[in-house]
Design a protein around this ligand. Structure first.
Ligand code: NAD
Length: 317
């Protein structure tokens, strides 16, 4: 039987590299298409994965790469924090880049799994957040993710693109970057491991729906494998709301357990970050029903996996 051919844009990144690995284990032939401008998951790539180092803005190269493809998983992105200092770069890649990927998928009759983000929603206006929740982005990044979805939807409606949109909520796990543009948990770990108080922006009572990266990837893969998912949009999350203070406490607890310490570590509070979302909680009932998606790793276990991986690997993105 011929294998399903997948191209993963942004496949050298945090989520993309886990996804490439999962697709491989599930019988796909995988090509990672990434310009390596920002990926932290390059060390996570199996040797069986083909790698093309190029930008999604290079339409010709992308077209050639997709020649034998059946499906494109589109994850290439410029990160949220970059949208404060280089917003044009973020819009160029996240929006014009997505437009090009959608255009080429349409021309070549490839299925497109577009990976959007819960950031596109902004702060929850109602809880839990269903897919019909309005998109009220708080940052240029969030706006770029919302706009990118609308281009993909436009291609579906007017040009017949076969697509699925998935909106992951905050994902965490091994290979998350820990330097410039790092997300919350790696930054907390950086300080905790040096016995410095982790920095919390604002009150720390803001909430997120943190999801272990392999659960996120299973949701993305199921979006391709479920026939009646075409044209639909799915939240992919844990379905649990947790405050940033609780995340810090769990990270300190896991760190102390793993290194065998009972040292107390305080928290340091600083002024809120620009555009920070106050509440997020995914309603994952649609993904459960249609995709058969079910998160399998709870927060305590997932943070434990991340912390022990950091302690043992001394990883720097
Ligand atoms: N990490 C999360 O918590 C999270 C949550 C929701 C949604 N998402 C979405 O998941 C996707 C992956 O996010 P991530 O956290 O793995 O990001 P990441 O920054 O780790 O990976 C993005 C990858 O895209 C690559 N890239 C950047 N510009 C490119 C270009 N012009 N051409 C080709 N490749 C390019 C980078 O080199 C990097 O490897 C994104 O679309 C993001 O919006 C992430």
């Amino acid at each position: 039987m011929t294998k399903r051919q997948a191209v993963v844009t942004g496949g050298a990144g945090f989520i993309g590299s886990h996804l490439a690995q999962m697709l491989l284990q599930n019988g796909y032939d995988v090509t990672v298409y990434d310009d390596f401008s920002n990926g932290s998951g390059r060390n996570n790539l199996d040797r069986k994965v083909n790698v093309v180092k190029a930008s999604i803005l290079n339409a010709e190269k992308f077209r050639v790469t997709c020649k034998r493809a059946d499906v494109v998983f589109h994850l290439a992105v410029k990160p949220l924090t970059m949208s404060f200092d280089k917003p044009e770069e973020v819009v160029k890649v996240n929006d014009y880049g997505t437009y090009l990927v959608a255009k080429i998928c349409t021309e070549m009759k490839l299925k497109m799994i577009h990976v959007s983000s819960s950031e596109a929603y902004g702060t929850a206006l109602s809880l839990p957040m269903k897919e019909q929740h309005p998109l009220f982005p708080h940052t240029i990044y969030a706006g770029s993710k919302a706009a990118s979805e609308l281009y993909v939807r436009g291609f579906e409606k007017s040009e017949g693109l076969k697509m699925v949109i998935v909106r992951p909520f905050n994902s965490y796990g091994e290979y998350m970057r820990s330097d410039t543009y790092a997300a919350a948990i790696p930054l907390f770990f950086n300080r905790i491991s040096k016995r410095k108080p982790p920095i919390i922006y604002g009150t720390g009572r803001q909430t997120r729906d943190f999801t272990y990266v392999k659960d996120t990837c299973r949701g993305i893969m199921l979006a391709d494998q479920t026939k009646n998912a075409i044209g639909d949009t799915f939240n992919i999350g844990q379905g649990r709301e947790i405050s940033i203070i609780e995340i810090v406490k769990k990270t300190i607890k896991k760190y102390n357990e793993i290194v065998g310490s009972n040292e107390k570590i305080k928290m340091k509070f600083e002024k809120p970050r620009r555009g920070d979302v106050m509440r997020h909680l995914a309603d994952i009932s649609h993904a459960r029903r249609v995709l058969g998606y079910k998160p399998t790793v709870n927060l305590g276990e997932g943070i434990g996996r991340y912390v022990s991986w950091r302690v043992n690997s001394q990883f720097i993105a």
